[in-house]
Design a protein around this ligand. Structure first.
Ligand code: SF4
Length: 375
């Protein structure tokens, strides 16, 4: 079995009661069969607590006020961990924030940026992310696994990450190239020309394509970019919410940026925001790169199961664009100030709302379209 992790993976350590937003509240925690069996066999005095804190029929932990896990104490430490030790935790709690993507003979493990500490590590990283691999014992065969498509996706992902980490190009150019590759691959796959994907990758690594993309970007009209940003935020508002105050946050963002329907004003704010960022010592350009690489490395090869190659690149691009709009609105709210911790907060909250809902992920991918405008 081949295992893959990002190079910052081992830097992670849960900060437990220091965490600004515990992962033990707000969403359901499903308990695996093995953990349930262990809980049934507990004979100590803790048995009573287990009995009443688990919904045995639904196989999940019960929740109290503000959807806090029944085992989460007032001080935000886990009562089960304290009483029964780490080994007693169910698979979900043991793994989080580790996120595992499974392919035939491959396990890709990453740190979900829905955890504030994992987001902090990624967003503070200055160097391009590398991925480490190791082989361990254990083989497996899936019944209907398309190995050919998977290997094409792995090759494409390598090229995408190389392009996304090319710091000689602006992030806008890198994003356009990423979308172009994914779109052209999608067209080849749709017309059963999978073998032609290699040529797509070659084409997009040529300087001529890069120059074409730069010229194309220079023609983006303010009105188009404005309308796209506005539609993107209202699309997010139509998704399901994990927390009600996320909806308030989206409404505030929209009101601040598009409330007076003035695309020129929005454009001036955008320019001013970028200027402020470049003089502030913040590395938003690098952070965008890390986020794009995070989304592509985590989700792109999953297209082997649903065929949504372009949808995966679209998810990466619109996530970064939506985050940028939210940061811009926060900067305006703060009277043109922003700090790193606010970036961490907006990123991990976005990730919780989007990445932890299959419905939301699918909806975003399904709305992928060919035109995407940005500044
Ligand atoms: S969100 Fe992350 S840092 Fe916070 S308690 Fe959970 S695993 Fe620990």
């Amino acid at each position: 079995m081949l295992y893959m992790i990002p190079d910052y993976y081992k830097e992670f350590q849960c900060i437990a009661e220091e965490c600004e937003d515990t992962c033990c509240a707000g969403w359901k925690i499903v308990v695996d069969a093995r953990a349930l069996k262990n809980y049934r066999s507990v004979r100590s005095i803790y048995r009573k607590k287990l009995k009443k804190s688990i919904n045995w029929r639904k196989k999940e932990f019960r929740q109290g006020e503000e959807r806090r896990c029944a085992f989460l104490r007032e001080d935000n430490l886990c009562d089960m961990y304290t009483n029964l030790g780490r080994d007693s935790l169910c698979r979900t709690c043991r793994l989080y924030p580790r996120h595992v993507e499974e392919f035939e003979g491959v396990r890709e493990i990453t740190l979900s940026i829905s955890c504030p500490e994992a987001a902090r590590i990624l967003l503070h990283k200055k160097e391009p992310v590398h991925f480490l691999t190791a082989r361990r014992k254990g083989e497996e065969e899936y019944e209907d696994f398309d190995l050919f498509l998977y290997s094409q996706l792995v090759d494409a992902r390598e090229v995408l990450i190389k392009i996304l980490q090319n710091r000689e190009l602006s992030i806008a150019v890198r994003m356009k190239l990423m979308l172009g590759i994914a779109r052209d691959m999608q067209l080849r796959v749709n017309s059963s020309e999978l073998f032609a994907c290699e040529a797509v990758l070659e084409k997009y690594q040529k300087d001529a394509v890069c120059q074409y993309v730069k010229r194309d970007l220079a023609h983006t009209k303010t009105e188009e970019a404005y309308r796209f940003a506005e539609e993107l935020l209202s699309m997010l508002e139509s998704l399901e919410f994990l927390k009600e105050d996320w909806c308030v946050h989206l409404c505030e963002t929209q009101e601040r940026l598009y409330g007076n329907h003035d695309s020129q004003k929005w454009n001036r704010t955008t320019q001013e925001f970028f200027q402020w960022l470049s003089g502030s010592g913040m590395d938003w350009e690098i952070q965008k790169e890390q986020l794009l690489v995070y989304f592509i490395s985590t989700y792109f090869c999953g297209a082997v199961y649903d065929g949504e190659i372009y949808g995966k690149a679209w998810l990466a691009a619109v996530s970064v664009l939506a985050l940028e709009e939210m940061l811009k609105a926060r900067w305006l709210r703060n009277e043109k100030m922003l700090d790193q911790e606010e970036i961490v907060e907006i990123v991990y909250r976005y990730s919780r709302e989007i990445e932890h809902s299959d419905i939301n992920l699918e909806k975003i991918q399904s709305q992928a379209r060919l035109e995407l405008y940005f500044r």
